[in-house]
Design a protein around this ligand. Structure first.
Ligand SMILES: NC(=O)c1ccc[n+]([C@@H]2O[C@H](COP(=O)([O-])OP(=O)(O)OC[C@H]3O[C@@H](n4cnc5c(N)ncnc54)[C@H](O)[C@@H]3O)[C@@H](O)[C@H]2O)c1
Length: 251
């Protein structure tokens, strides 16, 4: 079976990561599904990816906050695949609460997973991306990294603003190698991460009203943009942050 390319999506056992992995699977890409916690969910995504036509599927445990775990995942990928075309840094955790209520441990945990994790996974997989005939990186930032008018905490906002800075700088650093680096910045997307904010019709309406397009963004909406940014059809785009926010922020 021919392989369109090799793709790794962090945190792809559910939510946006799952939708991204399945989008690539449908286009004939080999996908690495990574999980942190429940392997059974990742196995289900893998099954669905095969059903949609992925020529190869790897299921890997991966904690983006642990250098040993990231290194172990790299070894597993290197054993099976010749190189990596696409890295999607999707894994992340939400944190809500005032700055006064945020403990140093909570702050460090959010920064470690959402920002240091992006650095660690990118640095570790870069040699495999450099081996590929074409390669790109897409990072999951957030509208929280672009505006302060959000429900998440300063820790979350700072981590996502950090992802945006990392993306812009890395794009310039890797441009001479032809490796593109972009980010997407979604507003509310209907996943388990924000379930508590949309679990009643009243709450859903409030969230819809935040968005000029009056909608709740779906994981597939994000996956579509990530697919475009990751593949050579967007070959002239690098260092960009694409808002997926139904008109909530127009910049
Ligand atoms: N849902 C939203 O409204 C929204 C909006 C903007 C940005 N985002 C971002 O999109 C990304 C995906 O979020 P989602 O909505 O699908 O949330 P989700 O909670 O459904 O999925 C997050 C995934 O990250 C994984 N993860 C958490 N900690 C990890 C770690 N240490 N190592 C590896 N994996 C880890 C989880 O296991 C899970 O699979 C996140 O980076 C999030 O910050 C989400």
């Amino acid at each position: 079976m021919s392989v369109a390319g090799y793709v790794l999506v962090t945190g792809s056992s559910r939510g946006i990561g799952r939708a991204i992995a399945l989008r690539f699977a449908s286009e004939g890409y080999a996908v690495a599904i990574t999980y942190h916690g429940r392997r059974d969910l990742a196995e289900k995504v893998a099954e669905e990816a095969r059903r949609r036509g992925a020529p190869d599927v790897l299921v890997l445990g991966l904690d983006v906050a642990s250098p040993e775990s990231v290194e172990e995942a790299r070894k597993r990928v290197e054993e099976k695949w010749p190189y990596l075309n696409v890295l999607v840094n999707n894994a992340g955790i939400l944190h809500v609460g005032s700055t006064e209520e945020t403990s140093l441990e909570q702050w460090e945990q959010v920064i470690r997973v959402n920002l240091t994790g992006v650095f660690l996974v990118t640095k570790t997989f870069l040699p495999l991306l450099k081996k590929a005939p074409w390669a790109s990186i897409v990072n999951l930032a957030s509208i929280a990294g672009q505006t302060g008018n959000i429900v998440a905490s300063t820790a979350y906002a700072a981590s996502k603003a950090g992802v945006i800075g990392f993306t812009r700088r890395l794009a310039v650093e890797l441009a001479p190698l032809g490796i593109r680096v972009n980010a997407v910045a979604p507003s509310f997307v209907e996943t388990d991460m924000v379930r508590d904010f949309i679990d009643t019709p009243e709450k859903r309406r409030k969230i819809e009203e935040l968005h000029p397009l009056r909608m709740i963004i779906q994981p597939e909406d994000v996956a579509e943009t990530v697919f475009f940014l990751a593949t050579p059809r967007s070959r002239a785009i690098t260092g960009q942050v694409i808002g997926i926010n139904a008109g909530r922020l127009t910049c």
